[in-house]
Design a protein around this ligand. Structure first.
Ligand SMILES: C[S@@+](CC[C@H](N)C(=O)[O-])C[C@H]1O[C@@H](n2cnc3c(N)ncnc32)[C@H](O)[C@@H]1O
Length: 208
C-alpha cells in the first residue's frame, strides 16, 4: 500500500538544503536524520549522495510508514535501512554499532521548533555523545537572533506554533548554540537560507 506523505515545504527546501550538504558531506559513511517526517528529504539526499547511507528516524508511526513507502517507491530498499523510531528525548538513542561506527554526521530539519525545548537539549546531548571529534550536527529551520525575529513571517509562524502547543516555538540562535557548546559542539557555520530559514552547522570539538 502506498503510504507516502507529501510535505510542500520539504519539496520547496530540499534542493537548497542539499546544496549545503554537498559542501560538508564526506563521500562515504552514514548520516543519522532525526525527525525525518515524510522521508522526502531522505530520498532526495540518498539519490544525490549515493556513497552515503541515509538512516532515517521518526517517533511517529505514520511518518515511518511514509518513509518506508518512499523507500519502496524509489526502489532504494537495498541501499537505505528501515526508519528507526527515535524520539530524541528517550536516551540513549537505540542505534546499531554498525551505524555508530560509520556515522559521519547527524541532521535534523525543521524539528526543534515543533517540539519542546527538552527535545533541543536532548538532540545536542545525544549528538555530543555520538559524534567523534570533527563530525557535525546540522540543524535547519527558523531562528530568532538576539531573541528577535528576523522577519514578520517568522514572528507570525511563532505565534501560530504557540497556539498549537505552548511548548513549541521558534528558538533563539544564541540559546541553541549555548546548548550545543555545553555538549562540545561549536557552531562552525550559519547559512542564510530562503524563506528566512537558517542552516546551522555544529562541529564536535574537544580540546585536549
Ligand atoms: C515539521 S516536521 C519536519 C519533518 C522533516 N524533517 C521535514 O523537514 O520535512 C517535524 C518532525 O519532527 C518530528 N518530531 C517531533 N518531536 C520529535 C521528537 N521528540 N523526537 C524526534 N522527532 C520528533 C515529527 O514527528 C516530525 O516528523
Amino acid at each position: 500500500m502506498d503510504q507516502r506523505l507529501f510535505f510542500p515545504a520539504t519539496q520547496r527546501n530540499k534542493k537548497d538544503i542539499g546544496d549545503v550538504l554537498s559542501k560538508i558531506l564526506l563521500k562515504k559513511g552514514s548520516i543519522l536524520e532525526i525527525g525525518s517526517g515524510s522521508g522526502e528529504h531522505a530520498i532526495e539526499f540518498q539519490k544525490r549522495f549515493p556513497g552515503i547511507i541515509w538512516q532515517t528516524s521518526d517517533p511517529e508511526l505514520i511518518h515511518r510508514k511514509s518513509i518506508s513507502s518512499w523507500i519502496d517507491y524509489e526502489e532504494l530498499n537495498r541501499k537505505m535501512p528501515a526508519p528507526l523510531g527515535i524520539d530524541v528525548r528517550v536516551c540513549p538513542w537505540e542505534i546499531s554499532s554498525e551505524l555508530r561506527d560509520s556515522l559521519q554526521g547527524i541532521i535534523s530539519i525543521n524539528m526543534i521548533h515543533i517540539a519542546s525545548w527538552e527535545c533541543t537539549k536532548s538532540l545536542f546531548k545525544e549528538s555530543g555523545k555520538l559524534l567523534n571529534n570533527g563530525q557535525f550536527l546540522m540543524i535547519y529551520g527558523p531562528f530568532k537572533i538576539g531573541n528577535k525575529h528576523i522577519s514578520q513571517s517568522n514572528e507570525l509562524f511563532d505565534k501560530t506554533l504557540k497556539l498549537q502547543n505552548k511548548n513549541w516555538g521558534v528558538r533563539n540562535l544564541e540559546k541553541v548554540s549555548a546548548e550545543a557548546f555545553k555538549n562540545d559542539l561549536i557552531r562552525e557555520e550559519l547559512i542564510k537560507m530562503p524563506s528566512n530559514n537558517l542552516a546551522l552547522i555544529y562541529r564536535k570539538f574537544i580540546s585536549i
